[in-house]
Write a protein that binds this ligand. Structure first.
Ligand code: Z5A
Length: 211
């Protein structure tokens, strides 16, 4: 089966702006042509797994549990939403993907023993459906956390990952840097104003889709 659509992932730590930027992008004339989706979740069943993974009860769940839940949700999302769109020639952008599992479970939750299993699972689950490019919105955890704790509390309560220590979020950032040594990616400096980051993301996507 030939895959015509391009598969782009946008990822980064807390408050890097992914969600805000994708919401804006989805409303632009260019953005309307994309399937914009997110993880964990993206389908009805994957959203149920998301609810489990982010529930209070999961606060103390070990990395192995979260690793399994995230990959289960991803398999659903990929098979039932992403692959059908790509096959129809639709370009897909996912807010978070396997880069988040590497950063949060293996680095954030300190489970380096899962690293080999991560790459094996990635090969078996994604096969020829690996993202074409990852856009990494890089921001210092201190700054990202400040953004979400100032602006987000009322609209959407913080989940148990967001409530973790600064050390956790620093490890997550290290995890992203490590992951991106292996896959095609573009790093964007997300310390700048939302407008600047937004315009850079949009220009990059445009350039990438045309190339
Ligand atoms: N998780 C995992 O552990 N393993 C996995 O495999 C996957 C996920 C896939 C839920 O994710 C959690 O699941 C997540 C990782 C874990 N844990 N946490 N935390 P989610 O995607 O549902 O939630 P999130 O990504 O953390 O939150 P978010 O709302 O999507 O945040 P964001 O995209 O990073 O930021 P934002 O909502 O766009 O922006 C936050 C605020 O900052 C907002 O008020 C903006 O206006 C402001 N902002 C953003 N950019 C700027 C700039 N440049 N300047 C000033 N202010 C800004």
């Amino acid at each position: 089966m030939s895959m015509k659509g391009k598969f782009i992932v946008i990822d980064g730590g807390e408050g890097s702006g992914k969600t805000t930027i994708l919401k804006w992008f989805a409303e632009t004339p260019f953005g309307k042509k994309f399937l914009i989706t997110h993880e964990p979740g993206g389908t009805k069943f994957a959203d149920k797994i998301r609810a489990l993974a982010l529930s209070e009860e999961a606060t103390r769940a070990p990395a192995e549990t979260q690793f399994g839940l995230m990959w289960a949700a991803r398999a659903e999302h990929l098979k039932n939403k992403i692959i059908p769109a790509l096959a129809k020639g639709v370009n897909v952008i996912s807010d978070r993907f396997d880069s988040s599992t590497f950063a949060y479970q293996i680095y954030g939750q300190e489970a380096k023993h899962l690293e080999e299993l991560f790459w094996q699972t990635r090969e078996v689950f994604l096969r020829d459906r690996k993202p074409d490019i990852y856009i990494f919105l890089d921001v210092e955890p201190e700054i990202g956390i400040k953004r979400i704790s100032q602006n987000r509390k009322k609209a959407k309560p913080l989940d148990h990952f967001e409530k973790r220590s600064l050390d956790f979020h620093q490890r997550v950032r290290e995890g992203y840097v490590e992951f991106f040594k292996t896959v095609p990616h573009i790093t964007i400096d997300a310390h700048r104003s939302l407008k600047e980051v937004q315009l850079e993301v949009s220009a990059l996507v445009r350039k990438y889709i045309r190339s």
